[in-house]
Write a protein that binds this ligand. Structure first.
Ligand code: CU
Length: 169
């Protein structure tokens, strides 16, 4: 049965490798800013932003139509003063996707009219991948768009496959 054993070990290696790959990528989440309300007036974005833990590789989706609103990433100082002239990032084409590529603090405001002073603004802190809890369940409420694979479920399924394989061979 030496050949059977080899097949089982080969299977274990493949399964563990696949699990590691999938768990690595499973955390990239896209967050719909403001949930169902999207990017608009009369939404408490501070309360919305505090619901999640953001990691590098995640992205924000601002749902709005041009020219009603814009998305500006600004400095902390400009955020406080609702200053729009020195934006680090700016888009007003509608439905903006913003990649949170690096850890650190991000400040966002709307650059249209007095929307920023009407609280159309929020700040988030993107944690480093290592500082975040590895077993974090991630976003699961309806206003997060895509967290396709639940790593825990996947892992239990794969761990179930291993004894099954040893039984078969
Ligand atoms: Cu606006």
């Amino acid at each position: 049965m030496a050949g059977g054993r080899a097949v089982v070990w080969w299977l274990v290696v493949v399964v563990v490798g696949a699990a590691a790959m999938l768990m690595n990528g499973a955390h990239a989440a896209q967050y719909n800013v403001g949930g169902d309300s999207g990017w608009s007036l009369n939404v408490n974005y501070t309360a919305w932003a505090e619901k999640y833990e953001y990691l590098p590789g995640d992205s924000l989706f601002f749902k709005y139509t041009s020219p009603s609103h814009t998305v500006l990433q600004v400095t902390k100082e400009d955020y406080k003063e609702c200053k729009t002239s020195n934006a680090l990032f700016s888009d007003g084409k509608g439905n903006t996707t913003f990649s949170l590529s690096a850890e650190g603090q991000y400040w966002f405001i709307c650059g249209v009219g007095d929307h920023c002073s009407k609280e159309m603004k929020f700040t988030i802190n993107v944690l480093s991948s290592t500082s975040a809890a590895p077993a974090s369940p991630g976003p699961s409420s309806p206003d997060s768009a895509s967290n396709i694979i639940n790593p825990i479920h996947l892992l239990s399924f794969l761990l179930f496959l291993v004894p099954l394989a040893s039984f078969l061979f």
